[in-house]
Ligand binder design. Sequence first.
Ligand code: ADP
Length: 619
Amino acid sequence: MWIRFVYQPIIALYYGLYLHILGKEMLKADRSVWEMRRIWLIGFLLLPFSLLLGGWLGFNHARDQALQQADERLNLYASSFEGAINRYEYLPWLLAQTPDVRRLLDEPSSALVNRVNHFLLQTRNTSMSDELFLMNANGDALVSSNFQSAETFVGNNYQFRPYFSDAIRSGKGEFFAIGATTGLPGYFMSERVTSWQGDEAGVAVVKVDLEPLQADWQLAGEKVFVSDTNQIILLSSDPEWKYRYLAPLSDQQLDDLKRNRQFDGIELSPLGASSRADTLHMPSINGETARYLNRSVELSRPGWQLHYLVAVEPLYQFALLSAAVVFILYILALTAVLWMRERSRRALAAVKAEQRLRALNDTLEDQVLERTSELQKRTVELERIQRELVQSEKLAALGVMAAGLSHELNQPLTAVRTYAASGKKLLIKGATDQADSVFDKIMTLTSRMNDITAQLKVFVRQAPTPQLSSDWPARINFVLEMLDHRIQQQQVTLRLEIPEKARVKADDARIEQILVNLITNALDAITEQPNATLGIYLQPSHDGWCLRVEDNGLGFDTETMKHLFEPFYSTKKVGQGMGLGLFICYGLVQDLGGTIRALNNSTGGAVFEVWLPSDEKAD
Ligand code: ADP
């Protein structure tokens, strides 16, 4: 059945969804999934009830509609049925009044018989009734509209028919019967006729053909039938159902039927069954039984009923269809609920996330503020500590310097005092020549002391102003020229890589002092070195310039490396080095905002690197 194609996929879908939710979704422990699963489960529990309700409502609706339609059709068919009979009701009476008909009962002469036969034929044709005939008091048909037909009623006796006996007895009769002569069914209506002279009696009959009514019912494709007082179907839209009884017949009924030969030549058989008063199970095509709702109306003929059957199966189909529609709507509604729930959940989650983020942001801001103020406090503290450190370093340096100075100056000063005393004695003695040489020694010693103080002069100069700008290559060339005599003397090979222009933020005097110290130290280091080489390289580096002074001397040992930039540290012989050169260089480079460092060259020898910030405006 087609309906299977509707409900089977639905059941499959339903089952699939169920497995999906209970199986896969259960694996997830997320709270929202649990919530979704709960909605789905409630939805699934309620679904059968919704389907039942939908089906029940659908069935009731379809049944009410069908019954309403059935009642309308019943009324229509009943009135057309009544009309089909009533329009011929007057005919027997009319025949009973006709003088020729009445005379015929007194004296059935052949001329009169012939005339009445033709009259009946004409009346039949005009009224469009089935047949008209007249019987005498014995029930013999004297004349008939079908007198010309082979199956004419004329000469036959119909005394056994109730419409004859009823008419004789009460004046009128009517009866449905299968024609005893023709075998054609019809509705017979009769009227007692009194002969012209009043001695004889007869019965005038009209036979009405009701078969065309069935054709109308068949055309409409409806299940309609008429049952009589014995519950035997007389007319039916389904030919198979005709002349079959709906309720078992009693012996009395069977006897009556036999006597009045109502269904002459037809074997009556039972039809259908009814489980309830309003339901009928009737045979349908292929030997199957179909269930119908039975609507009926009483007809004016005694005991007759017109039935209209409503097939139940389409109602069930409609119910199933309604259930399917309910299912789809249900799933859609469930999905909509879930979707809305999910949407609000997400919106809520977004709001919560935003709140969390805002709270986090506030906390972060608080923390940043807290840390910033802490950092500021620490910076202030650090600056204070740094200042104190610088101060103590300065004091320490001053202490070291003072000690060095007193050490350095003490010896020449003692010597000067000694020489001055001996000079004084020599002058008193008059030994001027000897005194002269003593004074020469004093002068040499004081000039040495002058050298020491001269070195320190540059160091104690004021820090350069930031506007100063010096041409570093020009300064290098100047210092090399100054030291050219010594370089030549020592036969030093010079390696120079100096750009044409490299301006740095420095003053010429400081730059020259640094260069003199570094180059002099290098020359000192390579005095006794064969293939003495001095390399001077100037390269751009990190917004500044880096000077590299290399020699191929012995480099630094670990001890020297440790104390290199300390004042009065020297490894040179007394009189050759005062240990102030690098100390001063360090101080000058610091003043200029640069850096200085010493390292051993990988190929041997010492390397000094001095970086100074470039003067961009000048470049
Ligand atoms: P001075 O030259 O008067 O000794 P400096 O401060 O200029 O004082 O140098 C300190 C010491 O550093 C030197 O005595 C020397 O031992 C070491 N020194 C400096 N320059 C070099 C160099 N180019 N090679 C090896 N040693 C060096």
